[in-house]
Ligand binder design. Structure first.
Ligand SMILES: Nc1nc2c(ncn2[C@@H]2O[C@H](COP(=O)(O)OP(=O)(O)OP(=O)(O)O)[C@@H](O)[C@H]2O)c(=O)[nH]1
Ligand SMILES: [Mg+2]
Length: 442
C-alpha cells in the first residue's frame, strides 16, 4: 500500500505560499500567517509569498494565468521545491499548476494532513490520518498516476480493459474499507471504556480550543500531568485523560484533546470521530482561547462551529482566556471581562487565575452534580460507610453505640446508589438534599 501514501514534506523544503483574497485583504494576511506556521510545523522553509486579489477563481490555475506565469518565474528564481496554496485546489488545477511550475503543489488540506501524518503516534491516530489522506486522494488518483495508465495485462488478475487507474482506485477503496473496519473495532473498545467510566459516573471535563492556544499546558498546570507541549500547531493528536482534584476534595476527570483550525478538512473531522467522542461525552467543556492572539474572535467562532458540527454545541462551557501574561501590563482587563462576561482570565504558564478557574469549574460541577447526604447507618453496615468515604467527601461523622451519623457530599448517582443499598440492606436511613454552595466551606 506504500504507493498510496502521500509524499511527505521533507525537512527544509523551500516553499512559496500562495493566497488569493476573495473577500477581504486583512483576512488573507491572517490566513497566510497561519499557513506559514503550518508550513513551518510541517518542516518546510517559507522562501516567498505570492498574493492576488480577484473576484472569481480561475478554473484552470486558481490564480489567473498571468499570475501563474509570475509564480513560475518566482519558483525558478527562489529555487523553490514546493508551492503551498492557501485554498483547496481541484485535481485539474493542481495538475495544471504542477505542469506549468515544474514544482510540487500542495493545498491547505494536504498540508494539514501531512502534519497530522507526521504527528500521529498511537495506532488509532495513525489509522485515522491514513483514512483521511486516502479519502482526500481518491478523487485525485488520476493526477498522481495518469502516466501509469495502461490496459490490463496480467491474465486473470484484472478484468478486460481495466486501467492502472481503476486498479489503484479499487485498491484504495479496499484499503479505506479496511481502515474503517479497524477504526470501528478500536472505537468499539473506546466506547466501552468511555461507557464504563460513565457508569461509574465520574464527571468529565474536556479541554477544547483552537490549535496552539495552550490546552495541554493548562492540562499540565491543573493536574501536574506531563502532556506533550510545543509551540507548534497540532502538538496533540490523541485524547489524554487525567484525574483532577477540585478544592472541595471531589474528584473529576480532565481530558485534553486535538486542537481545531479554520477550514479543518471534513475528512479529518470524520476520521477523528472516535477521538472527538471524548468531547461529545464530556459533562463540561473548557473552551481555551489565546487572549493575546489578534484573531482570537475568529478562533472562538471556528471552535464553536466545529463543536456544532461534531454534536457538542450545546454543552455547558466555560470560556478560558489563556496567555494573560502576554497582554501588555496596561491592558484593560476589566473591559475584556465585560466583553466576555462568563470568561476566566488565566495564564497556564505563570499560574495566574488558575484558582479562580478551579472554583468556577467547581461551581459548575456542584450545580450539576453534587448533593448533600445525611445518613444514619447501623454500625454493622461498615461497607456502606466505606462506600461514602470512597465516593464522596465526608464533612462530619459521629458514632454512638449502634449507629453512625454522617454528613457528606456526593455526586448524585453515588448518593442514590447509597440510598438504594441502605434500603436493601435495611441498614438505616439516607436523606438527600441540595448541596450548600462550596464557598461556605472554604
Ligand atoms: N506566554 C504563555 N505561553 C503559553 C501559555 N500557555 C501555553 N503557552 C505556550 O503556547 C504554546 C502551545 O501550547 P500547547 O499547550 O501545546 O497548546 P495546545 O492548545 O495544546 O496546542 P495543540 O495541541 O497543538 O492544539 C507552547 O509554546 C506553550 O508554552 C501561557 O499561559 N502563556
Ligand atoms: Mg495540545
Amino acid at each position: 500500500m506504500e504507493r498510496f501514501k502521500a509524499q511527505p514534506i521533507a525537512q527544509k523544503e523551500r516553499a512559496i505560499l500562495v493566497g488569493v483574497a476573495l473577500n477581504s485583504r486583512s483576512e488573507l494576511e491572517e490566513e497566510l500567517e497561519e499557513l506559514a506556521a503550518l508550513a513551518d510545523t510541517a518542516g518546510a522553509e517559507v522562501v516567498g509569498v505570492l498574493t492576488q486579489t480577484r473576484k472569481e477563481i480561475d478554473p484552470a490555475y486558481f490564480i489567473g494565468q498571468g499570475k501563474a506565469e509570475e509564480l513560475a518565474r518566482m519558483c525558478a528564481e527562489l529555487r523553490a521545491d514546493l508551492v503551498i496554496f492557501n485554498h483547496d485546489l481541484t485535481p485539474a488545477q493542481a495538475r495544471n499548476l504542477e505542469k506549468l511550475l515544474n514544482t510540487r503543489v500542495v493545498d491547505r488540506t494536504e498540508l494539514i494532513l501531512d502534519i497530522f501524518a507526521k504527528r500521529a503516534r498511537t495506532k488509532q491516530a495513525m489509522l485515522q490520518v491514513e483514512l483521511a489522506q486516502l479519502q482526500y486522494q481518491l478523487p485525485r488518483l488520476r493526477r498522481m498516476w495518469q502516466h501509469l495508465s495502461r490496459l490490463g495485462g496480467g491474465i486473470g488478475t484484472r478484468g478486460p480493459g481495466e486501467t492502472q487507474l481503476e486498479v489503484d482506485q479499487r485498491r484504495a477503496k479496499k484499503r479505506i474499507a479496511d481502515l474503517q473496519r479497524q477504526l470501528q473495532e478500536i472505537q468499539r473498545q473506546t466506547s466501552t471504556r468511555v461507557q464504563s467510566r460513565k457508569e461509574r459516573e465520574l464527571f468529565t471535563i474536556a479541554l477544547v480550543g483552537y490549535t496552539n492556544v495552550g490546552k495541554s499546558t493548562l492540562m499540565n498546570a491543573l493536574t501536574k500531568a506531563n502532556v506533550f507541549v510545543e509551540d507548534r500547531l497540532f502538538a496533540t493528536l490523541d485524547a489524554t485523560t487525567r484525574v483532577l482534584y477540585l478544592p472541595d476534595g471531589h474528584k473529576v476527570l480532565l481530558t485534553d484533546t486535538i486542537g481545531f483550525i479554520r477550514k479543518l478538512p471534513p475528512h479529518l473531522i470524520a476520521s477523528f470521530h472516535a477521538t472527538l467522542e471524548e468531547v461529545r461525552t464530556a459533562d463540561l467543556l473548557l473552551h481555551v482561547v489565546d487572549v493575546s492572539h489578534p484573531a482570537m474572535d475568529e478562533h472562538i467562532k471556528v471552535v464553536e462551529e466545529t463543536l456544532q458540527e461534531i454534536g457538542a454545541g450545546d454543552k455547558p462551557t466555560i470560556l478560558v482566556l489563556n496567555k494573560a501574561d502576554k497582554l501588555p501590563p496596561d491592558w484593560d482587563k476589566e473591559a475584556l471581562l465585560r466583553r466576555y462576561p462568563n470568561a476566566v482570565l488565566v495564564s497556564a504558564l505563570t499560574g495566574e487565575g488558575l484558582n479562580t478557574l478551579l472554583s468556577r469549574i467547581q461551581d459548575q460541577f456542584r450545580r450539576m452534580r453534587v448533593v448533600a447526604v445525611h445518613a444514619r447507618l447501623a454500625l454493622w453496615a461498615q461497607s456502606l460507610i466505606a462506600f461514602v468515604y470512597r465516593n464522596g467527601v465526608v464533612r462530619e461523622i459521629a458514632y454512638d453505640t449502634d449507629w453512625v451519623s454522617l454528613d457528606a457530599e456526593m455526586e448524585r448517582p453515588f448518593a442514590e446508589s447509597l440510598q438504594k443499598q441502605a434500603e436493601e440492606m435495611m441498614a438505616g436511613e439516607v436523606v438527600l438534599k441540595e448541596a450548600v454552595p462550596a464557598a461556605s466551606q472554604r
